[in-house]
Design a protein around this ligand. Structure first.
Ligand SMILES: Nc1ncnc2c1ncn2[C@@H]1O[C@H](COP(=O)(O)OP(=O)(O)OP(=O)(O)O)[C@@H](O)[C@H]1O
Length: 480
């Protein structure tokens, strides 16, 4: 059906634009994270934002955002992008990737003397940013708007689930940085509203997720769209939390051959700021256990992950009946409802959000202290992303997962590995299950790969050729 939803405009006052949350006690510990850059002649990392060479307006916006010190992905990523190199980056959840690519792109656009974009029937943006989910791209857009505040650069966001006419009108008002989900972006380009010949920067965020969600053809169509400059004439940046073979192939195709490969922390590893607990709970005990947990967490924000859309609604209703204010987000809810749900969760009106994986990646919500995996996901990467909704930006968090041996045994080995790599206690019963499940589906050999897995290093050629667990797209979800 035709979608008429027009989202409310984001607040325009400076306090809202620059509202941010505090970095946590472990922010300083980011400096201890192992960082590796591979590829020829990488530029030197910066230690401070002052060294990053940002113009006054951008520097002011950075400080107004509460950023005092760059995170590792920013220390390395900013000079790489400033120097014009293509980049493939893998960094742990919540470590500040968004600013790592937005700041240097905005700085370069300003240095290139980008002209203020005005109303025109065809817009020609200088930068295109693609992310897999509506909520994530909106978040990136808000960050872009914040950093570009007071400059002539105009970011615009387009995504599925809202009125196409509205998206087009917003684009036509003027657009330097176009942020979008793949389908809506291609739609608007296909209608001739966006010309690509001025594109200098192309960012593919959460590239692994885009593959999982079946967006590979869309990404290919985008880079091959009429007018899109060839890779030699644009700067392409890819971000991915994991680095399976398919992403390496895409990186080889979309990026210049001398691209730099940046790894921050362990690829696919969980953030050590999240305390992880796994409890053995059967299907029938789960609801009772959940209520028990939520009664102890009080008003603290908690995300509860379940495996189906129906279950998300069911559990949310059940919790409301138990007098625990709860909302839900999943692919069957209308965009209006999804935005309302996130709003209610953000403000604390509903401190519990029941979600399917649609909310797992990239969402950056302040004060999420707990994640409960009511149902464990089938892939370990999904697990790492889900628990990464807490423990962000040096804050600590807690994740509790209900493990039902009848369903979750295939995940046991990779779960043990993720727990021990993040120095978490591994329950002995889980170790036993993992041990006896040896060799079954779900053991993720990629879990052994640490940091430097650059395909271009000959010594790693064999490593890369090993089979990896590919996440099945969740066919139940309608993403775009
Ligand atoms: N240098 C910094 N100082 C203080 N806060 C920062 C800094 N860099 C980023 N942040 C804040 O940290 C939070 C997480 O950043 P961001 O969303 O970019 O993480 P991410 O790496 O994209 O995470 P994910 O992989 O989960 O999407 C944001 O609220 C962001 O504003």
């Amino acid at each position: 059906p035709k979608v008429n939803y027009v989202p409310p405009p984001p607040p325009e006052d400076e306090d809202s634009i620059f509202s941010h949350y505090e970095t946590g006690i472990n922010f300083a510990k980011y400096d201890e994270i192992l960082v590796e850059v591979s590829g020829a002649n990488p530029p030197t990392a910066v230690l401070t934002f002052d060294e990053a060479g940002l113009c006054d307006t951008l520097s002011r916006n950075v400080s107004r955002s509460g950023y005092v010190k760059p995170t590792p992905v920013q220390k390395y990523g900013i000079p790489i992008i400033m120097s014009g190199r293509d980049l493939m980056a893998c960094a742990q959840t919540g470590s500040g990737k968004t600013a790592a690519f937005l700041l240097p792109i905005l700085q370069k656009m300003m240095a290139d003397g980008v002209a203020a974009s005005r109303f025109s029937e065809v817009q020609e943006p200088e930068a295109i940013i693609v992310a897999p989910t509506r909520e994530l791209i909106n978040q990136i857009y808000l960050e872009a708007r914040k950093f570009a505040y007071g400059t002539c650069v105009r970011p615009v966001v387009v995504y599925g689930g809202i009125s196409t006419g509205y998206s087009i009108r917003e684009v036509l008002k003027g657009c330097n940085v176009l942020c979008g989900t793949p389908g809506r972006l291609l739609d608007i380009i296909g209608r001739g509203k966006v010309g690509l010949s001025k594109v200098r920067y192309l960012v593919l965020d959460e590239a692994d997720r885009m593959l999982d969600m079946g967006f590979e053809p869309a990404m290919r169509r985008l880079v091959a769209s009429p007018g899109m400059p060839p890779k030699e004439d644009r700067q392409t940046l890819m971000f991915s939390a994991t680095y399976p073979d398919e992403i390496q192939r895409l990186a080889a195709e979309f990026l210049k051959t001398d691209y730099l490969f940046l790894v921050v922390g362990q690829v696919g590893g969980a953030c050590t700021d999240v305390e992880q607990y796994v409890e053995q709970v059967t299907q029938f005990e789960k609801r009772e256990k959940l209520v028990e947990i939520l009664q102890t967490t009080g008003n603290e924000r908690t995300m509860v992950f379940v495996d189906t859309k129906r279950k998300a609604d069911f559990i949310a209703t059940f919790l409301c009946q138990e007098k625990i204010p709860t909302t839900s987000i999943h692919g069957d809810r209308e965009q209006r409802e999804r935005e309302q749900a996130l709003g209610d969760f953000r403000t604390g009106k509903c401190p519990v959000l029941v979600a399917t994986s649609v909310a797992a990646r990239g969402l950056d919500i302040e004060h999420v202290q707990h994640v409960v995996n009511f149902d464990l996901p089938s892939s370990i990467d999904e697990y790492v992303h889900r628990i990464g909704r807490t423990g962000r930006c040096g804050n600590t968090g807690k994740a509790v997962s209900f493990f039902d041996p009848n369903y979750d045994t295939p995940l046991a080995r990779s779960l043990v590995k993720v727990l021990s790599d993040a120095q978490q206690e591994v329950p002995s019963w889980l170790e036993e299950i993992a041990f006896s499940a040896c060799g079954t589906y779900g053991y993720n050999p990629r879990g052994n790969v640490f940091a430097s897995v650059d395909t271009r290093k000959a010594s790693f050629a064999k490593e890369v050729a090993r089979p990896t667990t590919i996440n099945e797209p969740n066919v139940e979800e309608d993403w775009e």
